[in-house]
Design a protein around this ligand. Structure first.
Ligand code: ZN
Length: 432
């Protein structure tokens, strides 16, 4: 290589050794052999190409190095976010929050980490921090339904149902067929007291829900919200003025004849308005379908009411009897026996008590049996025996003829159409 270059230079100088004048300025000039001038020109050109190549190679190297460094940084942050989420799931809240905070500080656009960190704050009860974090994430994800849904759920926890409705409305406009968003939107509207719209949204939820058990839940919600919309203001279950509810409840019971809260509240409203026959007809028809404790209780109340007013009390007693006939459970028969005692038919009541005997589930209906037997003893003038039985009834496992919510287990002395856990029509007799 060296010999080739040396040969070429010598060849060039042999034929082009004559000097040429190179003008450097107006007065200075230089005389150099032509071959030297040509070689110098080649050398400068080669030098420029070489330097250019080096600069380019350097820039590419720097770019690749920076990209590798960023990738390493990102994968380290992703690893930290993943571990933070796992710790949150495992219940290690404080270390999870510290780890996720570091990730979010460096990557505020990482929505997964932001949502996980907001959950961490919310679990710790720090709802303000969770809200601020989610609101600041909206700068990076202004139209993300997950983010909006989380903000809405947080607003509900902060008892700001109006804001929750707004967030859910926006989220639903972005994903109109998401069952999860529609369920949340309906719940927010319910919390805001807008039962009519909440029912309409629950209907949309039922239409798009694919999971059969969730679809059933959606349909139950729809019915419950339609029912709640029929009631006057204030909490469901309180007396209130039910007269205005009669017509809407009639329409609802025509659509859903098996929906017990609507049947019972309609009959209660009729009774309050003085239409005892109308109330009795509804209780009777519903009890014939399924002798729910609340219906039998109300028939018994109606019997007492008619007895006091000197009305046709025996007719109601007959209805009670037919609702209890063929029942294997002790509850309906015990209600009937109790009403027989107040009607003065002590032998018939005693026959029912004897009939129940020891065959039935003694522990579950013990307070009710003690109560009815105590009232019978009282009616027969056996005060000592009555006092013993009634005292035992009051101190049994549960209050006689009390109700428990089938969803949360809350116990109540009387039937309520709605439990504090949010369930409608969930109260059942403890004995039944
Ligand atoms: Zn409940």
């Amino acid at each position: 290589m060296l010999a080739l270059v040396g040969g070429s230079v010598a060849y060039l100088f042999y034929f082009n050794g004559q000097p040429v004048q190179l003008q450097l300025g107006s007065e200075s000039s230089l005389r150099v052999p032509l071959a030297a001038l040509l070689l110098a020109t080649f050398a400068i050109g080669a030098g420029v190409v070489l330097v250019g190549g080096l600069v380019r190679a350097g820039a590419t190297g720097i770019y690749r190095w920076r990209r590798r460094r960023n990738e390493r940084h990102r994968s380290r942050l992703e690893g930290q976010a993943k571990e933070g989420r796992f710790r949150l799931w495992a219940g290690e809240h404080e270390p999870a929050i510290r780890q996720l905070s570091r990730v979010v500080e460096q990557r505020p656009d990482d929505l997964g980490a932001v949502l996980a960190l907001s959950t961490g704050h919310a679990v710790r009860g720090d709802l303000d921090s969770a809200h601020r974090l989610l609101e600041s994430a909206r700068a990076h994800h202004p139209r993300d339904p997950r983010l909006l849904a989380r903000l809405a759920q947080l607003a509900l926890r902060r008892s700001n149902s109006g804001a929750a409705v707004d967030y859910f409305r926006e989220a639903v406009s972005l994903r109109p067929t998401s069952p999860r968003l529609l369920a949340g939107y309906s719940a927010a509207l319910e919390a805001d007291g807008n039962f009519k719209e909440a029912a309409a949204i629950a209907k949309r939820w039922a239409e798009v829900e694919r999971d059969p058990s969730r679809r059933q839940e959606a349909n139950e919600r729809w019915l419950a919200l339609r029912y709640r919309d029929c009631l006057p203001g204030g909490d469901a279950g309180t007396a209130g003025d039910l007269r205005a509810a009669i017509e809407p409840l009639r329409r609802l019971t025509a659509d859903a004849p098996d929906y017990l809260p609507a049947q019972i509240t309609l009959a209660d409203a009729l009774r309050a308005a003085g239409d005892l026959r109308g109330a009795e007809r509804i209780y009777r028809t519903a009890a014939w379908r399924a002798p729910h404790g609340a219906l039998l209780d109300r028939l018994a109340e109606l019997h007492a009411e008619l007895q006091r007013a000197g009305g046709a009390a025996d007719r109601v007693l007959g209805v009670l009897k037919s609702a209890c006939d063929g029942q294997t459970l002790p509850g309906p028969r015990l209600v009937y026996a109790r009403r027989l005692i107040t009607a003065g038919k002590l032998d018939a009541a005693e026959a029912i008590l004897n009939e129940l005997g020891e065959a039935t589930d003694a522990a579950r209906c013990a307070p009710e049996r003690d109560l009815v037997a105590g009232e019978l003893a009282l009616a027969r003038g056996r005060d000592h025996q009555a006092a013993l039985l009634l005292a035992r009834a009051a101190t049994g496992g549960h209050l006689p003829f009390a109700y428990a919510c089938s969803r949360c287990g809350r116990e109540e002395k009387t039937w309520l159409d709605r439990c504090r856990c949010g369930a409608y029509g969930s109260y059942e007799w403890i004995i039944a």
